[in-house]
Write a protein that binds this ligand. Structure first.
Ligand SMILES: Cc1cc2nc3c(=O)[nH]c(=O)nc-3n(C[C@H](O)[C@H](O)[C@H](O)COP(=O)(O)OP(=O)(O)OC[C@H]3O[C@@H](n4cnc5c(N)ncnc54)[C@H](O)[C@@H]3O)c2cc1C
Length: 394
């Protein structure tokens, strides 16, 4: 059988894209291939569970637009299908006078991105988060929380109802382009499709390369580790507390997040992972390490962020160093209140020249679309990203 369209990758982006395909082309034969034994077990369920509003993103970027529209569509989806969520709001807090300039810049950016945000003084911020340390804060009421694994399960249920072929334990190892489409060599035999959509998360670059396309980028895996706050101290965090991001570092910084199940976690940090699916220091993949170290862009990046990168590694292994970061936001948290939690790995896309790819990025071919970069807020915006991908197909 030749499928009309086939999606590689059963994370939230691949699943939402399949939903968008079915919405636009209801009669087409569609399959989703996922290498794992379950759906959405990588980035899509190892994240902060935040429905982002879109404060940080460059005005006019795809990320800014996807976050703005995706925030609303994620709430609407959760409401429609009874998925537990909360529009709880978040605070970005300046903990020193020095950060006020950056906080003001974030405020202006949020306004340019069309968000309803307000700047608070320390007393006003403490009415929302009584235990926070800050000199001022930005309040973003439209940020919320949800469990993206639950969102992904609903996507799968809807796709099943639509008669989509959902195939687990099916790793794509090779691709060949033909004048009618692609054939795929997988762990479950050969699949054929007239049109291919790759949403392979941490492996986007390898799928493109296997298909004979030069993606002009490489995925460098950065692990984000979380700590759990003990049950007794959860009350110290009401909702979401974020620091003002370090302008010299591409990640948002360690934040405090209440999850939809009521637990509270602190994280994620950002350390180079020795495997694309390396959720701890002990998971090492020689091919992944070679891929990272042989990529010229990595060494340029390492040169620019060496100092911050080493500090992140130190904080990863030395609990007291991580605690110091947390106490900056919530001084009452003590070492005994922190327990090691889960980790996720970010697919950080990098150019050969060492530039981080910040925005969402696609590569189009006659019979294929390769999603090359779908970073945060791609879980929030998965429904919008899916529609965008499908609208890109001619
Ligand atoms: C620590 C962390 C915190 C985050 N926090 C948030 C947040 O709070 N809010 C938010 O909106 N976003 C957040 N994000 C970003 C968000 O989680 C991701 O952008 C999003 O999940 C990407 O989805 P995806 O489907 O592209 O990737 P993935 O979830 O990684 O899915 C890709 C899938 O492709 C499969 N695959 C790969 N190669 C093959 C192959 N060869 N054959 C078959 N299948 C294959 C994989 O097994 C995987 O299931 C966070 C990310 C991380 C890592």
């Amino acid at each position: 059988m030749i499928y009309d369209k086939l999606v590689i990758g059963g994370g939230v982006v691949g699943l939402a894209t399949a939903l968008a395909v079915k919405a636009k082309y209801p009669d087409e034969k569609l399959a989703v291939l996922e290498k794992e034994q379950d759906w959405a077990i990588h980035q899509s369920s190892r994240n902060s569970g935040v429905i982002h509003a879109g404060v940080y993103y460059k005005p006019g970027s795809r990320k800014a637009e996807f976050a703005r529209v995706g925030n609303a569509s994620m709430y609407a989806f959760c409401e429609k299908y009874d998925i537990p969520f909360e529009r709880c709001g978040k605070l970005i807090v300046a903990t020193s006078e020095m950060q006020l300039v950056s906080l003001k810049a974030l405020h202006e950016r949020a306004l340019l991105n069309g968000l309803n945000v307000s700047q608070l003084d320390a007393d006003q911020a403490r009415q929302i988060e009584p235990h926070v340390n800050c000199v001022a804060a930005l309040h973003i009421p439209s940020t919320g929380i949800v469990d993206y694994a639950a969102v992904a399960s609903k996507y799968v249920e809807l796709l099943k109802d639509e008669g989509v072929d959902l195939i687990l334990n099916c790793q794509v190892n090779g691709l060949r382009e033909h004048n009618w489409g692609y054939s795929l060599a997988t762990t479950q035999g050969v699949y054929q499709t007239k049109f291919l959509i790759s949403c392979a998360g941490l492996y986007t670059d390898r799928i493109a390369t296997n298909a004979g396309v030069d993606p002009e980028m490489k995925i460098i895996p950065f692990r984000g580790e979380y700590w759990h706050i003990t049950k007794e101290k959860r009350h110290l965090v009401k909702n979401l507390i974020y620091p003002v991001p370090n302008p010299n570092f591409p990640f948002l910084g360690v934040h405090m997040t209440r999850l939809i199940d009521g637990s509270v976690h602190a994280g994620p940090n950002a350390v180079l992972a020795f495997s694309r699916e390396g959720y701890n220091w002990g998971t090492i993949n020689v091919r992944d390490i070679f891929d990272t170290l042989s990529f010229p862009g990595f060494w340029k990046l390492a040169g620019s962020y060496m100092d911050e990168g080493l500090k992140e590694m130190y904080r990863s292994v030395v609990k007291s160093a991580f605690l110091k970061c947390i106490q900056e936001l919530i001084p009452e948290i003590q070492s005994k209140d922190l327990l090691r939690g889960v980790a996720g790995v970010r697919a950080q896309a990098l150019r050969p020249g060492g530039q981080l790819i910040d925005d969402f990025e696609l590569l189009e071919r006659e019979h294929a679309i390769f999603v090359l970069n779908a970073p945060s807020p791609a879980a929030t915006a998965s429904l919008e990203i899916g529609k965008y991908i499908v609208d890109t197909i001619n």
